[in-house]
Write a protein that binds this ligand. Structure first.
Ligand code: FAD
Length: 654
């Protein structure tokens, strides 16, 4: 097997990948104002300019340069050494929200319901775009708009949406049931494409693309040869030992109860304390070679592999091996949050082409109608947001981007203070605003640094948050002929740099039309979690986060090209010519950490749950954001916003 040189891979090719803002290069290193976060400050196109359009930026996105440096200086204790007095904006609000993700935007929405439409609200966010993890990636290829999701993929949740979250989605104009058919679930199958597994030679000894037997068996492909015997390709060509191949199949087909002497509850208790990898090998007795095969299956949910996901969670989200175990659906012991299969929740699913960035955009449209033209979900997808309208003095709601909050403090005793002072850094300068109340809809672990007046126990609980690092890469291909020739539309690549690859989910809505012919350009979505198998989950997240901050775009690009070339070599993929643009959405602080029954003692034993201690209101402050519920889903972010606003409004009426 020959390796690809940089030239073969097209590393020298000019594509849309570096930091361009509608064609205007961003020059790194040009500081504006005093030295706050200046080393990373960039000479930006002014947000008031029509040229300012972050969704169209390619290259390294997600937590982009310029968004995190001030917060890291704060964490490292170096920030306050360099500051002078803040500049007075003279601005005063009824509510300041720290964090412009879905939780922060929802908090503003709920506050207006209580306080009225004239309530003055300011939302501050350190990124150059609103929406937080719900990020829109927008491309133009051959005159056509292509959308991708740089973060939050869909309306989906392991538990049913609460009445509050459902009502908000509905109020924004998203009718989940009505819109579901916009996703053409049969397109790829009708073109003869199926899910596949890519075995890489570094992990499995040979590069090989094999049809994914489980998924083929699940499809209604009917008369295709694969459906007649979905295991044929796998059994013939998967580069695993013969026993491991037989065992992978047996894991899908087993009806054995591996813990026959235990009740369902006792089994669940045991499964909550053993990893899925150990369940397969030690309890069920399968060949250890099955572990690398299944290793990355849970990455999309937990950001770690089967070494660090409990067997109970594996059962809960559908991994095989449990069919004979007679596990009763519904709660067992412990916290039982992720692990319960729930039909109602499964039905409430909707993917839009830019993912839940559409929810963020709809929230912004409600809060600041001038910023996003249009009136319906149908016209939303192609609407170009007017960033220059986000922060206008005449508007009751303002969104200020590129602004990192560094201090939130009551003016006086928190029990009796009438105002809160909020300091933030923007373009290297420190500013002050005041507000009657404040919602911290930013990440839990940031809060102790910006709000040292909180009680010590609460600060400790906030600092315990260990967000899950994750990368969502979007690659624009000039065509997808190689996918068609290979007969695949998604690839699970358990040993590769990105472990999940797929052709964009085909959704057409309003005037946005998804690609339907292999000759058309398309977005390919690739996911990577930089986990470190064998370590406790929080350590995996911490080390993965460091890795992401240290990985250059060039390294990502080389891996992307190499991986696509190798996986699709049979279809003639040409990494030099087929790639038109790359956007790497790097999220060192990605999913909210969800408690893990393998590592978090309180999961089974009970006691203080850190997120509940962490989210207590304090004076005129309340805490929203997904971390506050330790639940990495959009509905969690909305629910926490609702609770935070209830706390503030109840307190102000007392
Ligand atoms: C890659 C990815 C995919 C996901 N997919 C799904 C999915 O398919 N479905 C689903 O339901 N959920 C999904 N989630 C989870 C979902 O996105 C989150 O639960 C939700 O969007 C979180 O919203 P939030 O407002 O709490 O946090 P965020 O979206 O993170 O927003 C918080 C904002 O606060 C900002 N901030 C932090 N500190 C400061 C400061 N000091 N000053 C100013 N601003 C600050 C942050 O930078 C951020 O912009 C996904 C998450 C990720 C990372």
């Amino acid at each position: 097997m020959r390796g690809y040189s940089d030239r073969d891979l097209g590393m020298n090719r000019s594509i849309a990948r570096r930091d361009f803002l509608n064609g205007i290069a961003l020059a790194a290193g040009a500081a504006i104002g005093p030295q706050l976060g200046a080393a990373f400050e960039v000479e930006r196109v002014a947000e008031t300019s029509p040229e300012y359009y972050p969704p169209a930026l390619t290259g390294m996105r997600g937590s982009h340069e310029g968004s995190f440096e001030v917060a890291h200086q704060l964490r490292d204790g170096s920030f306050w050494r360099r500051t002078g007095d803040p500049a007075e904006t003279g601005e005063s609000y009824d509510l300041v929200v720290v964090g412009g993700g879905i939780s922060g935007l929802s908090a503003a929405h709920f506050f207006r319901k209580v306080a009225g439409r004239r309530a003055r609200i300011l939302i501050l966010d350190n990124h150059d775009d609103f929406g937080g993890h719900a990020k829109r990636n927008e491309f133009r290829e051959r005159g056509r708009m292509l959308l991708g999701y740089g973060g939050t993929y869909a309306i989906e949740s392991p538990a049913p949406y609460s009445a509050v979250a459902r009502a908000l989605i509905r109020e924004l104009g998203i009718d989940v049931e009505r819109l579901q058919p916009t996703n053409d679930r049969k397109l790829y199958r009708s073109l003869g494409l199926h899910p596949a597994v890519f075995f890489d030679k570094e992990t499995f000894g040979a590069d090989r693309l094999v049809m994914d037997p489980k998924h083929i068996a699940d499809t209604e492909a009917g008369d295709s040869a694969e459906a007649a015997d979905p295991w044929r390709d796998f059994m013939a060509s998967a580069p695993l030992s013969e026993r491991a191949r037989r065992d992978v199949r047996a894991i899908y087909e087993t009806k054995t109860d591996y813990l026959p002497s235990l009740s369902s509850t006792e089994k669940k208790t045991k499964l909550a304390r053993i990893s899925y990898a150990r369940f397969l090998t030690e309890i069920a007795g399968f060949d250890p070679q099955v572990v690398p095969y299944f290793q990355a299956r849970p990455h999309t949910y937990f950001g770690v592999g089967i070494d660090a996901v409990s067997a109970q969670d594996a059962w809960g989200f559908g991994l095989p091996g449990f069919d004979g175990m007679n596990l009763e659906p519904g709660p067992g012991p412990g916290m039982n949050r992720d692990c319960i299969p729930n039909e109602e929740a499964e039905k409430f699913f909707l993917h839009l082409p830019d993912g839940n960035a559409s929810i963020a955009r709809l929230l912004v449209r409600q809060l600041i109608p001038a910023a996003i033209p249009g009136h319906s979900v149908e016209d939303l997808l192609i609407a170009r947001a007017k960033y220059s309208r986000l922060d206008e003095g005449r508007s009751s709601v303002r969104i200020r981007l590129n602004s990192t909050v560094v201090r939130v403090k009551h003016e006086g005793d928190p029990a009796s203070a009438r105002q809160v002072e909020i300091l933030y850094v923007r373009r290297g300068r420190l500013f002050r605003v005041r507000s009657t109340q404040c919602v911290l809809a930013c990440w839990n672990m940031v809060i102790p640094h910006i709000c040292p007046e909180l009680p010590a126990k609460q600060r400790e609980a906030l600092a315990a948050e260990a967000k899950v690092p994750i990368v969502y890469t979007n690659v624009v291909l000039r065509n997808w002929n190689a996918w068609k020739k290979s007969g695949v539309n998604t690839i699970y690549a358990p040993g590769s740099y990105h472990t999940h690859l797929n052709l964009d989910v085909p959704v057409s809505l309003g005037r946005y039309h998804c690609p339907r012919q292999p000759e058309e350009p398309i977005v390919v979505h690739m996911m990577r979690t930089p986990c470190k198998p064998g370590l406790p989950a929080r350590d995996q997240h911490r080390l993965g986060r460091i890795e992401l901050f240290q990985t250059s775009f060039e390294t990502f690009e080389r891996n992307i090209r190499d991986q696509l070339a190798r996986a699709l070599s049979g279809g003639g993929f040409d990494p030099e010519w087929d790639i038109a643009a790359i956007t790497v959405n790097r999220w060192p602080h990605g999913y909210a950490y969800e408690y893990n029954s393998l590592f978090d003692e309180f999961w089974l034993e009970g006691g203080d749950v850190p997120c509940e201690v962490a989210r207590k209101p304090f004076g005129r402050l309340a805490i929203a954001n997904a971390d506050a519920g330790a639940y990495a889903y959009t509905d969690g972010a909305i629910d926490q916003a609702w609770r935070a606003i209830q706390e503030l409004t109840t307190a102000s009426q007392a």
